[in-house]
Ligand binder design. Sequence first.
Ligand SMILES: [Zn+2]
Ligand SMILES: [Zn+2]
Length: 227
Amino acid sequence: MTAACIAEHCTRLLRDWETSANWQICRPCVDQMRAWLRAVPNLLIVLADGSMHRERSGESGGRGGTKEAPLPGRPTTMNFIGPASTTDVRDLHGDQIGQRPIIDFLGSWTRLVLEEHPRRHQRDFKQPDNWSEAGLSAWLSTALPWASTMAWIGEMAQELRDLTIAIRGIARVEVRTRAVSRPCPNSDCGLLALTRTDWDQYVRCSACGNAYTDAELNADAVARSAA
Ligand SMILES: [Zn+2]
Ligand SMILES: [Zn+2]
């Protein structure tokens, strides 16, 4: 019997290697979580930047499309999500997450990993370097392979997803994913399944799960045209 990924928005059946590694969620979901965690510092910069910009420019910001008054201490509510998003906003049951400081979200998952990780008492077990958004999101992403074996990974995936949606909505960042019309450089894959998402520094293959820098993609294009 093949089990499916337990992440709420995913229906992918687990591959054999994922099952034998005891993973509860699939590799694309793990990669997605890693990408979201990696994006946290950038999103925070965008948030800070955006609120400063709004404070400076007020309502008369040239583009004229801003409906909200420039509120001091702009509330971080999910209200900004619905109208701003054109499609596919269904059940945003993470309503409170928008108001929960990001550091709390990251901190509570970090604490759980620190409590449950089987190697936590070993001397070479690496603790988070610093208890900041950037520090914790980087540390959590290194814990993902182990965390993927835990029953709570689905919940973590869901919270992370809600959090990312909430931040994007607050920052009013339109994040787009576009297809990249080039075959995947992975010689076992080679499919036209590459996509690029804003703020993600990697181009990702939705078929094999590999991620590439621009330099790697260029090198691959050169190699292909030389072949
Ligand atoms: Zn999945
Ligand atoms: Zn691929």
